[in-house]
Design a protein around this ligand. Structure first.
Ligand code: GTP
Ligand code: MG
Length: 202
């Protein structure tokens, strides 16, 4: 597939339970991050669309796994943002169960992307999410969003804060990314495509 020209990108299903997960067998890449970090913008930027993944008017209300079929070659799986201050305990518990259902059983899962805000030190929730990926042995890419807000001269400093706070394994990739300037888009695509299981088709 050619990441410069994505022809097909559609939402296949917003799943509330495992029985609804797609059965195509395509590799799945999970996109997780706190509410408002830029998950929808990341997906839209990756597929060159303005509005494939829509921003919810009510943050924290989405409680589904959204499967986006990209070129019939892979799925981006958008999981609800965590760390939403107004989410009730019951809602948070539901979120946890849904995540465990998915992570514990899903063979199609090949990669976890963790979005963190490049401007800030990662939160407690970000650390838990990173450890959650590690617990399930999911390979992780860190994508630091909104990099357009940080001067180039400060990039190294912010990168090392993120790596240190999350205790990122040295072999895990970290990308700076901006939906506004498209910084990092090509690098992230190249890494994703290199990571996908090889198949016979060209
Ligand atoms: P929820 O679905 O509510 O959890 O949010 P989300 O993680 O999907 O974030 P979304 O993509 O909706 O972006 C949240 C806000 O951040 C919006 O106001 C975006 O315009 C802004 N934003 C997203 N990406 C960038 C970026 O690369 N640079 C800057 N400066 N702002 C961004
Ligand atoms: Mg969103």
């Amino acid at each position: 597939m050619n990441s410069d020209y994505i022809n097909y990108a559609e939402i296949t299903i917003s799943a509330v339970s495992p029985s609804q997960y797609p059965e195509d067998g395509l590799p799945e890449i999970v996109i997780a991050g706190r509410s408002n970090v830029g998950k929808s913008s990341f997906i839209n930027t990756m597929v060159n669309r303005k509005n494939l993944a829509r921003t919810s008017g009510k943050p924290g209300k989405t409680r589904t796994l959204n499967f986006f079929d990209i070129e019939n070659e892979l799925f981006f799986v958008d999981v609800p943002g965590y760390g939403y201050a107004k989410a009730s305990n019951a809602e948070q518990e539901k979120w946890g169960h849904m995540m465990e259902d998915y992570f514990a059983t899903r063979e199609e899962l090949v990669l976890g992307i963790l979005l963190v805000d490049f401007r800030h030190e990662p939160s407690e929730h970000d650390m838990l999410m990173y450890d959650f990926y590690k617990h399930y042995n999911v390979p992780v890419f860190i994508v630091a969003t909104k990099s357009d807000k940080i001067k180039k001269s400060k990039h190294n400093k912010h990168e090392s804060i993120i790596r240190k706070t999350l205790n990122v394994a040295p072999s895990d990739k970290l990308f700076t990314f901006s939906s506004f300037t498209k910084e990092g888009r090509q690098e992230v695509w190249d890494a994703i495509l290199a990571h996908l299981p090889k198949d016979d088709s060209a």
